[in-house]
Design a protein around this ligand. Structure first.
Ligand code: PGA
Ligand code: ZN
Length: 425
């Protein structure tokens, strides 16, 4: 008779889309490989994220190797969890946290722990004979709006734009299938426009697949996007979002934001954002202020009246989110599983957000593999929105293509979030 006991756990070092090492973990049940998952990695990271364990040996992937994390899975974690019921997700996750014994998973590595946590969830879904999204939430029904990051700046490119991501959101589509068609068409037109002004070399892309064009300032990307949307014929169906990733252009010593060659204090920056939202249909802004300024976030959230998403601010951490909620800082959580390091804790953060009327936006990392796991998570969470890059390379297409499959599987039981992306439930 088959059971759901973990018989083995194995990990290996693989590489992500940047050619950097990351952890892949396998969970075996009753002698059969039942779950496998890859761990993503950020480049534009928040300082309060869980600890990613890297080998630091300069002769092995320039210090970025993850062989220590792999060893921690194969030794400590595997010995501790063999014989456990794979469907006990929370028990498994908490046991790994206990085994680690540090507040930020720095002994075993959040990358080691997360690989096992996600592979265990996949294995459990397979043991139960259901897709992962349904295993996590049998009541899932919302197909998300994709946030398509079509122009890249900041740490994800080598151009001069401080703002990291300029995003189009196809809220007027009726399905994911249609959303994907609209946005890829717009991207093709955008490519033509970029070539017209900057030449073919300017169509090279950043880490998340958006063009890394040498534009300047905060307006030019929106002007380009608007022309592309108009020329493609979708002006009524598209709204905009941005990830400012402002921690990375905030000068901590001088206490000013350095944007486009000019210093801005907090109030001046909020004023600039207000102008932007009056000029363009921007409905969502991520990390508009630096990661420690909860008070500023509260002011800005009230002032702008749009979705304000905390990424570096919250780092998918219930404690940071609690502080934000108490102060009225932001109104949505960016959900990145590797910021916290276990599936259970990430789901806790999402549930905490929902309970306090905050939205949840599921997100890729700039360093991804072909593993489409976040596509199952966004549907499981009924979150209504996923940020997962332009569908121009495998590590991004895998997510979009997985959502197409899920949309088909859900059929009439699923609804595309559309204009209700922020609060679809
Ligand atoms: P990261 O960038 O994955 O490098 O952190 C994405 C983001 O800031 O949202
Ligand atoms: Zn971000």
């Amino acid at each position: 008779m088959s059971t759901s006991r973990i018989s083995d756990i194995r990990a290996r070092q693989i590489i992500d889309c940047r050619g950097w090492p990351t952890v892949q973990a396998d969970v075996w049940v009753d002698g059969r490989l039942m779950g496998r998952a890859d761990v993503p990695a950020g480049r534009s990271t928040g300082s309060h994220e869980a600890h990613e364990l890297r080998d630091g040996d300069e002769h092995w992937y320039r210090g970025l190797g993850v062989e220590k994390a792999v060893k921690n899975v194969n030794n400590d974690i595997a010995s501790a969890l063999k014989g456990w019921d794979v469907t006990d997700q929370r028990k498994i996750d908490m046991a790994m946290n206990d085994l680690d014994g540090t507040p930020n998973k720095s002994r075993l590595g959040a990358n080691a722990i997360l690989g096992v946590s996600l592979a265990a969830a996949r294995a459990a879904a397979n043991v139960c004979g259901v897709p992962l999204y349904r295993y996590i939430n049998p009541a899932c029904r919302v197909i998300p709006v994709p946030l398509m990051n079509c122009l890249n700046g900041g740490k994800l490119t080598a151009n001069d734009l401080e703002i990291q991501e300029f995003i189009i959101m196809p809220v007027g589509a009726r399905s994911y299938k249609e959303a994907l068609h609209m946005t890829t068409e717009i991207n093709e037109v955008l490519r033509d426009l970029v070539i017209e002004k900057y030449g073919i070399l300017a169509t090279n892309t950043g880490d998340e697949g958006g063009f890394a064009t040498p534009m300047r300032g905060i307006h030019e990307p929106f002007e380009f996007m608007t022309r592309a949307v108009e020329r493609a014929g979708y002006i009524d169906d598209i709204v905009y979002a941005m990830d400012c990733a402002s921690t990375h252009w905030y000068d901590k010593e001088k206490k000013v934001y350095e944007l486009d060659g000019k210093p801005y204090d907090r109030d001046a920056l909020i004023g600039l954002y207000r102008e932007m939202t009056e000029k363009y249909p921007i409905v969502s802004m991520e990390d508009p202020l630096e990661e420690e300024d909860f008070e500023g976030y509260a002011l800005l959230t009230k002032e702008l009246g749009i979705q304000i998403v905390g990424d570096d601010l919250f780092v998918t951490n219930v404690e940071r989110l609690r502080q934000g909620i108490q102060q009225g800082a932001a109104n949505a959580l960016l959900f990145k599983v590797n910021q916290i390091g276990t599936l259970s804790e990430a789901l806790d953060a999402a549930e905490f957000a929902y309970r306090h009327n905050y939205g949840v936006q599921v997100s890729e990392r700039s360093g991804e593999t072909e593993d489409p796991l976040i596509s199952d998570l966004v549907v499981a969470l009924n979150s209504g929105q996923i940020k997962t890059g332009m569908p121009v390379r495998g590590e991004r297409t895998s997510k979009h293509n997985r959502i197409l499959q899920i949309e088909e599987e859900l059929g009439t039981a699923g609804t595309y979030a559309g204009r209700n992306f922020a609060k679809p439930a």
